[in-house]
Write a protein that binds this ligand. Structure first.
Ligand SMILES: [Zn+2]
Length: 284
């Protein structure tokens, strides 16, 4: 409940950020949705040098690899069900650890990790225009180096969560070490993005009971692993059925092929008869 006013004020801040960051003078953010299917200014600027089209009324096919092409490939999903937040276990001083979310609702979750390696330029627009719910588990130094990049994805609907400072394996390390890595990143990400991370993902998924305690003490409601990985446009399943199941969590990274990975995840979720949903709507 207490999150609502915070989210509202955050929206106002992030909307401002969008207007500032994108140099956008076209008005409220939702105006972009309305214009999603209109030709872009850059596309029409090519018209004078283009050869005469035999059928001027035909919709031009977007160039493969362009943002419009990715948008044209996104499947049409059934409406997501109203989220039923999952019950959190009674407080024991440790955050629960989940490979997938304990829900039967026909939803799956897209997560993007790290942030230091590559930041493809169209991701924020893709997330916004295709309305892709994404959770970003960021290393705080990458976020500090490129705050405007991740803020644009945040404005587009993405949520920033915690993936430590230094991306080292936490398993077997002292409580103090783990707490420094987790709370340190949480503090910096909160300062950058105006929201305390409520989810934590340990680097490489490697963790122990100390990790779950430190994550809890740093404000995490859950520690989230994954059930599928996506890399270079291919979904890799960890079960023989090779299908995304309700509550599954798909992991990809800020790498050069992130646009392909997002599209592959959407197609896999669609094939399974599910709809992408936002993790944070299920963990309150
Ligand atoms: Zn990572």
């Amino acid at each position: 409940m207490s999150a609502t006013p915070a989210r509202r004020s955050l929206s106002a801040v992030t909307l401002l950020a969008l207007l500032v960051l994108s140099g956008c003078a076209t008005g409220p953010a939702h105006a972009r949705r309305i214009s999603a299917h209109q030709p872009t200014p850059s596309a029409s600027s090519f018209a004078p040098s283009a050869p005469p089209s035999p059928s001027p009324s035909a919709t031009p096919t977007p160039a493969p690899g362009s943002l419009d092409w990715y948008l044209s490939q996104v499947p049409t999903f059934p409406d997501a069900p109203p989220p039923q937040p999952v019950p959190l276990p009674p407080t024991t001083g440790s955050a629960p650890f989940w490979h997938r979310l304990p829900t039967d609702q026909k939803v799956a979750f897209i997560t993007i990790d790290d942030g230091g390696l590559a930041r493809p330029s169209d991701v924020a627009d893709f997330v916004w225009r295709a309305r892709i719910p994404v959770t970003m588990f960021l290393n705080s130094p990458a976020a500090e180096e490129h705050p405007e990049y991740f803020r644009q994805i945040q404005v587009a609907g993405g949520v920033v969560e915690n993936h430590t400072i230094n991306h080292t394996s936490l398993a077997g390390r002292s409580y103090d070490y783990q707490k420094r890595e987790i709370c340190g990143a949480a503090d910096r990400l909160e300062a950058l993005f105006g929201k305390r991370a409520t989810l934590f993902r340990p680097p490489f998924g490697e963790h122990d009971s100390t990790t779950l305690k430190a994550a809890h003490d740093c404000g995490a409601k859950a520690v989230v692993h994954w059930t599928e990985t996506v890399h270079e446009g291919k979904v890799r399943y960890q079960t023989p059925e090779k299908v995304v199941r309700p509550g599954d969590v798909l992991l990809m990274h800020f790498r050069p092929a992130l646009m392909d990975d997002l599209l592959a995840a959407l197609k896999a979720i669609h094939r399974a008869g599910l709809t992408p949903a936002l993790l944070e709507d299920y963990v309150l």
